[in-house]
Design a protein around this ligand. Structure first.
Ligand code: BES
Ligand code: ZN
Ligand code: ZN
Length: 492
């Protein structure tokens, strides 16, 4: 999809779908009035009949039947927010793209008159339209590919293109393919996305200037003593992989960042087997790893002056004959030991290896993404990820980037008193505590492996996967985290 800017009026622009974003109860805009005049009052009549009020998310389509240069109008409600934020622009553009694909429009013209921060708004509109265009139809036999939108024109009388606008649009265009890669990896069936497949895909997608990939097989994982990954892998016939992606910027390095992603390609729970219902979506359990791969894959194009290493321990979690058993003890690289009382609390077991390995490189900060606990979903619902951190400056900066990206994060506390509940009768700690505060106790276990390096842990169990339809990602893998991480790497 090509993005253009034009200085034009709504009644003169020729397009397949003319999008008019409107604020609630403020429908008498200059553009609407001029269109209504050209349509001899039919538009206002239609608005009245339909009871369209421009509530956030509402839409009204009007077929101009050849009476205007635009063949269809889409009135898109922005709601009553005083300042329309980037998230509203993103969703409005996502809805516009959907409407365009329903009517077979190849060109969209978007009336672009944000009250503030036009650069940010332009990037959000383009990002939203592109994000809304995502489809995963590979396994459907009955889809004809719909006409795809070829161009998106942002216009209004007097609109001028500027380097700032173009930069923001370019950044959005470069970020989105990373989100799509993460979504694709999550949406593939779990018998396709094996650890080996994840390694192969990483090699394919993380190539280009400054990027290099190492994929460690079982022997190397044994030699590196990644005991958690080996323990979780024991119940599986698939070999594990440890994926390491490195980005070396061309210029002077300002910071060194480590990104760690949980790569459980399917979580059956292991011997602590999940119920049939809880297992249905468990192909999503590599969404953290997918977000790291998606993020890394864009770095050669976006070129931040940050050295970034991505670490993804990958395996499925199955109850085979040689599976780890409740009561087994894992001894880690840094000497710490964990008694495994529940094999379904496996994410922390493999992340511990990756965090300990990453910490040895002494990065300026480490961020890990993991679909770690159902408890986090109980606390925050499916739309919000939890963030835990040992460093408030880092947490604030990740949360600022998430806000800009329209990805919801809510900080939860690392309550040190809860460590008591993790005491084991045989090892340094158990892998599960009592029935309450499960997201926090999981985070406390991870913290044992970060060696005091500024660290943030994002529990993305909820927002990694959309079970209900959503204007910018549909159902399924959302690619949550990629947009936040890329903004973080581009702005710190
Ligand atoms: N992968 C799950 C967490 C999860 C649950 C992600 C729902 C997405 C949706 C994780 O490995 C897990 O099973 N955690 C257990 C931990 C428990 C055994 C302490 C959980 O949350 O129930
Ligand atoms: Zn589990
Ligand atoms: Zn899991």
């Amino acid at each position: 999809m090509e993005t253009k800017f034009r200085d034009a009026t709504a009644d003169a622009i020729k397009t397949d779908l003319l999008v008019l974003p409107l604020q609630e109860k403020n429908l008498e805009t200059v553009a609407i009035r001029s269109l209504d005049r050209r349509l001899r009052g039919k538009l206002s009549e239609r608005i009245k009949k339909s009871k369209f009020t421009a509530a956030e998310g509402s839409t009204l389509v009007y077929d101009t039947a050849g009476t205007l240069p635009a063949s269809h109008l889409l009135l898109a409600g922005l709601g009553k927010a005083n300042d329309v934020d980037s998230d509203i622009w993103r969703k409005t553009a996502g809805r516009a793209w959907r409407e365009a694909s329903i009517i077979g429009a190849e060109e969209i013209a978007f009336y672009f008159a944000p009250e503030k921060d036009p650069e940010n708004a332009a990037g959000s509109v383009v990002e939203g339209a592109l994000l809304g265009s995502y489809r995963f139809n590979k396994y459907r036999s009955n889809t004809q590919s719909p006409a795809t939108v070829k161009s998106l024109t942002l216009f209004r009388p007097g609109l001028k293109r500027s380097p700032g606008l173009e930069r923001s649009v370019h950044t959005a265009e470069q970020i989105v393919p990373g989100v799509f890669l993460a979504r694709d990896l999550v949406n593939e069936p779990p018998s396709v996305t094996t650890a080996r497949f994840l390694g192969e895909q990483t090699k394919i997608h993380c190539s280009g200037q400054g990027l290099s990939v190492e994929v460690w097989g079982k022997k190397k994982i044994e030699a590196m003593q990644l005991a958690g990954l080996l323990a979780v892998n024991r119940g599986s016939l698939e070999e594990p992989r440890f994926i390491k992606i490195h980005y070396q910027p061309a210029g002077k390095i300002r910071k060194k960042v480590a990104l760690i992603g949980k790569g459980i390609t399917f979580d059956s729970g292991g011997l602590s087997l999940k119920s049939a219902k809880s297992m249905e979506t468990m192909k999503l359990d590599m969404a953290g790893g997918a977000a790291v791969i998606g993020t890394m894959s864009r770095l050669s194009r976006l070129g931040p002056n940050i050295e970034v290493t991505g670490y993804i321990p990958a395996t499925d979690n199955l109850p085979g004959g040689n599976a780890q058993k409740p009561g087994d003890v894992i001894r880690y690289l840094n000497g710490k030991t964990i008694e495994v009382l529940n094999t379904d609390a496996e994410g922390r077991l493999i992340l511990a290896d990756a965090l300990a390995l990453a910490a040895k490189e002494k990065p300026d900060c480490m961020i890990n993404l993991a679909t770690l606990t159902g408890a986090c979903m109980v606390a925050l619902g499916s739309g919000v990820a939890g963030i835990f951190s040992n460093n408030q400056t880092l947490a604030d900066s990740v949360m600022r980037c998430a806000r800009g990206a329209g990805e919801k994060l809510w900080q939860l506390p690392l309550v040190k008193e809860y460590r008591e509940a993790l005491k084991s009768s045989v090892a340094d700690m158990k892998n599960v505590a009592g029935p309450h505060g499960g997201a926090i106790t999981a985070a406390l276990i991870l913290q044992e492996f970060v060696d005091e390096i500024p660290w943030a842990h994002l529990d993305i169990a909820g927002p990694a996967f959309a079970e209900a339809d959503n204007p910018i990602c549909g159902k399924g893998g959302t690619g949550f985290g990629v947009r936040t991480l890329l903004r973080f790497l581009l702005t710190i």
